[in-house]
Design a protein around this ligand. Structure first.
Ligand code: FAD
Length: 348
């Protein structure tokens, strides 16, 4: 959707084909946090990419968040936008050092955070004790509503044709690409394939799949403030982190392993908070080992935009913004960093 939006803005004639409903797959299932980077923590990103490339990634995602918020506000896209901030929180002294590392590394890439001590954390979260936290700017939306709103906007203002319930079954051709679907054919000069975890021109050997689930509580009957003293998103320190946040009169827990949900609810929340385990939802996203998405040509006139990773809403928007430049062969370091060429010969 982001690619179609930015291509439409650049003046391309665009048709979007979606096999189900816009925003019904991973994007709709997501927690909708709009945060910097590509899903790894600041320390790992700097260590893995080096400072200069990490800064470039963080600047690009910072710009995407600011642009998304401006767009939501200007176009009045109803998607529950709020800016609660996010806290990476330590559960014990062993994790305190990690939190201080996040503070240091985020400062190095120009996104300084604020250190919170144990009593600050207690004022914010009244369940499990967190010993230290580092807080950063972070927005949050209902992602399905955002993407549906963006799709409607590009259809009405940019003339992008949107075909839902229209799976692409095959594409072929050189020079012009014939996109074949169950409901018809579209002839195009180029196509962009953004199908998340689906196999794509062998790229599936270069990305892997991760998944997580979100468990909602039942409404708290006006007692939300007894759990969250202030509206913040809290995430833990491990690679497969847990995330705790609020929406309206409920709290939510996102975990990577559905089987651990019950045990983690008990570990984090006061016993009186009831969760709706049957109402839990989740989905999968594709991801690369080097933490960067895959955006680039995969065969003549065919482009991939996959492996959006844990922060796929913001990374997806960032890739969408780069799409017109990619199609026009412009040279940019960020485009080189995320090109499929970098993965040649590497396994997922
Ligand atoms: C539970 C959960 C929580 C998450 N939390 C966050 C978060 O807080 N913040 C964040 O930034 N990211 C989060 N993510 C990750 C993020 O949701 C994904 O990285 C991102 O949504 C991937 O976007 P995408 O467009 O690549 O994939 P998708 O949203 O899956 O979109 C791909 C689309 O392609 C369509 N499609 C597939 N095959 C075809 C075909 N043959 N023809 C036509 N259409 C086809 C699918 O129907 C789908 O709509 C979360 C993910 C999950 C599951």
């Amino acid at each position: 959707v982001s690619a179609a939006y930015f291509l439409g803005r650049r003046g391309y004639k665009v048709a979007l084909v979606e096999s189900e409903q816009i925003g019904s797959a991973a994007t709709g299932a997501s927690s909708g946090t709009l945060f910097y980077g590509s899903g790894a923590d600041f320390q790992r990103t700097v260590a893995q990419l080096g400072l200069a490339k990490a800064q470039l990634l963080y600047q690009a995602t910072q710009r995407s968040i600011a642009e998304l918020i401006r767009l939501i506000e200007r176009e009045q896209i109803v998607c529950g936008l709020k800016v609660p901030g996010i806290i990476t929180a330590a559960r014990d002294e062993a994790e305190d050092e990690y939190v201080r590392g996040e503070l240091r590394a985020s400062g190095e890439v120009g996104l300084a955070g604020k250190l919170l001590n144990g009593s600050d954390m207690k004022a914010i979260f009244r369940g499990r004790i967190f010993t230290l936290g580092v807080e950063h700017y972070c927005a949050q939306v209902h992602p399905g509503q955002l993407i549906a709103g963006l799709s409607a906007l590009m259809n009405s203002t940019l003339g992008v044709d949107v075909y839902e319930h229209s799976p692409m079954t095959r594409y072929d051709g050189v020079g012009q690409v014939m996109v074949n679907g169950e409901r018809g054919k579209i002839k195009a000069d180029r196509i962009v394939i953004a199908t998340n975890i689906r196999p794509l021109e062998g790229l599936e050997a270069r990305f892997f799949t991760e998944d997580s689930v979100v468990v909602p509580s039942r409404p708290l009957d006006g007692k939300l403030h007894e759990v969250f003293g202030a509206d913040r998103i809290i995430q833990t320190t491990e690679e497969y982190y847990d995330m705790l946040y609020t929406q309206d009169d409920r709290v939510f827990l996102e975990v990577y392993r559905a089987k651990q949900a019950r045990e983690k609810i008990t570990a984090y929340f006061p016993p009186w908070v009831e969760f709706d385990l049957a109402g839990m939802w989740g989905d999968s996203w594709s991801k690369t080992r080097d933490l960067l998405p895959i955006l680039g040509a995969v065969s003549p006139n065919v482009y991939a935009a996959v492996a959006m990773g844990d922060q796929g809403i913001v990374i997806g928007h960032t890739c969408g913004r780069l799409m017109p430049d990619l199609l026009e062969d412009k040279h940019e370091l960020l485009l080189e960093m995320i090109s499929p060429q970098r993965l040649r010969g590497r396994a997922a």
